[in-house]
Structures are given as C-alpha cells and as structure tokens.
Design a protein. Sequence first.
Length: 66
Amino acid sequence: MFRKQFLLTSKDIAVFNDFIKIKIGSYFLYYHKDLPFSSSKHNDKEAYLLGSLYSWETPTLSDAEI
C-alpha cells in the first residue's frame, strides 16, 4: 500500500508500516498516517472522514466545523 491510502476490511491483518488501525463495528480501517482523518460521534451515531472537506462559502472552516 502507498501513502495517503486506506483499506477497509472485515479481517484483522498485520499492520502496514506507517498505517493506523481502528475497529469500526465488525470492520477494520487501516489508513496511512499522512491521510487526513476525522471522526465525529453524536449519541449512538459515528461518522468518519478520510480526506478533507472544503466549503466554497467559508474556506477557512475546518473539517469538524463543516
């Protein structure tokens, strides 16, 4: 695997160099440390963002603010 890539799988595999692993339900998410990653939780709902969000109306907003 290469920089800024990710893998979502139902199998727990050996962690690649420079990749971060998190468990999401019955899945495993592996993503490169240079890939922007955000997560948010509200009550029993969770959202995950791989990459970045941009607001054309307010470009100074962060991913979390959008």
